[in-house]
Design a binder for this molecule. Structure first.
Ligand code: MG
Length: 434
């Protein structure tokens, strides 16, 4: 008879807590998990050095700084899940205080007392129980923060990086491109390509169109003819405008045209992709949610590249399904921002060839952490690559200064939820929906 060592035992989850980070307007802690929570003069706010077209640009009173219409209204939300042995996992999103409410008052009941290895069941309960008010947007952002905290906890308990839990490395190093106002800096720093924001939209008329072409042409001249250069249109264009712009920029080597329509216009995305096929690539997905949203993008043949944000769309549990679905259609997945939460996913899947790094230095002139001061040791790209350190979980340490817990629950409340879940018998068979 073969002898087997017993399986490792795992502590249950003791508590699930949610914290908000102050907006940058009242703190110098950096933008945290909300990459748009920046000072007025920051390049990503669309005032200096050029405007950034967006869905609100059509309203004159909101056509300046993106913070003028509240792009940063929510701010950061941080979720901690603590195991009975004191190990803590951390996940983040941009849902701010409303996200904290959802996590504390609703989602915590599906986590406290549970086995941290049961990520599928916990995700499924969080997703099903929020369908009546969720499906996209803020509730999914809150679920993402909890899910990422669970994966971080699981990695720490197992003593392994998250990418190892997902199936291991498909690449030793991860190439990185930079989103920036200054593509020439991206090139100098060794990033594999650069993406710049589209300054003008249909509301700026023919003059704005000409200025868009001139803008792209000027950046092309700065980086030379060979350097890949993409354009992010942040949901600001229309179908005919996007087609016309893609064709006009193709002679100047446009790598891809990104998120040019509101995210619900799947048919519009498919039409632009058809029209630009063989001319430029089209990409979208940063404001899409769950496997259902991405299934629609894939089924409609709506993009050449999918760009889920792992801290928004449902966390790692849902993102790995999207990456697997995309692989069956030979579609690359190049996630939006999200630093380590994206990098670990991308290490683990072959069809995630390159990472995005959004340059969040105010003048776009140097490499600074994507999450600002939220973590003490966020790994940074160097010479165009990310090399993840060999640390358990997502490998980053939360900086707790500047965090507040707006909807605190007592330890007794967590204990009661945990005890109720522990007392409940695990399902002996999954209930099939036939
Ligand atoms: Mg984008």
């Amino acid at each position: 008879m073969p002898s087997h060592a017993p399986c490792k035992s795992f502590p249950r989850i003791k508590a699930c807590r949610a914290y908000a980070a102050k907006n940058v307007a009242t703190s110098d802690a950096g933008q945290g998990a909300d990459c748009h929570d920046v000072a007025l003069s920051h390049w990503i706010n669309g005032v200096h050095p050029m405007p950034i077209a967006n869905p609100m640009s059509c309203w004159p009173q909101y056509s300046g700084a993106r913070t003028s219409w509240g792009i940063n209204a929510l701010g950061s939300c941080v979720c901690e899940v603590e195991a009975e042995d004191g190990t803590v996992g951390v996940g983040v999103t941009t849902a701010g205080e409303p996200g904290c409410y959802i996590i504390e008052k609703h989602l915590s009941r599906f986590v406290e007392g549970e086995d941290p290895r049961d990520v599928e069941r916990m995700y499924d309960c969080m997703w099903r129980s929020t369908i009546n008010y969720g499906r996209k947007g803020l509730p999914l952002q809150a679920i993402s923060a909890v899910d990422l905290a669970l994966w971080d906890l699981l990695g720490k308990l197992r003593g392994e990086p998250v990418y190892a839990l997902l199936g291991g490395k498909t690449k030793e190093r991860l190439p990185v491109y930079m989103t920036t106002a200054r593509p020439e800096v991206a090139k100098e720093l060794g990033f594999v390509w650069a993406k710049i924001p589209c300054p003008y939209g249909p509301h700026d008329g023919d003059e704005g169109f000409r200025k868009n072409v001139e803008f792209f042409k000027s950046k092309r001249e700065l980086v030379g003819p060979e350097y890949p250069l993409a354009l992010d249109c942040y949901m600001a264009l229309s179908v005919p405008y996007a087609i016309k712009l893609g064709r006009a920029l193709a002679p100047y080597g446009l790598k891809w045209l990104e998120e040019f329509l509101p995210p619900d216009d799947y048919e519009g995305y498919a039409e632009v992709r058809r029209e630009l096929r063989g001319v430029v690539l089209t990409t979208t997905g940063e404001h899409e949610y769950t496997r259902y949203g991405f299934r629609k993008l894939i089924a409609e043949r709506a993009a050449d590249v999918l760009q889920p944000d792992i801290t928004w769309m449902g966390g790692l549990t849902e993102a790995r399904r999207v990456v697997a679905m995309a692989a069956a259609y030979d579609l690359p997945v190049i996630p939006h921002g999200s630093s380590v939460y994206s990098y670990h996913l991308q290490y683990a899947f072959h069809n995630c060839p390159v990472a995005e790094f959004i340059n969040l230095s105010p003048e776009a002139d140097k490499v600074v952490p994507y999450f600002g001061g939220l973590f003490l040791d966020e790994p940074l790209p160097k010479d165009g690559f990310i090399d993840l350190p060999d640390r358990p979980g997502f490998g980053v340490t939360l900086n707790r200064s500047g965090l507040c817990r707006p909807y605190p629950r007592s330890d007794q409340s967590s204990l009661e939820q945990a005890n109720a879940n522990k007392a409940r018998a695990a399902p002996t068979v999954a209930r099939a929906r036939l």
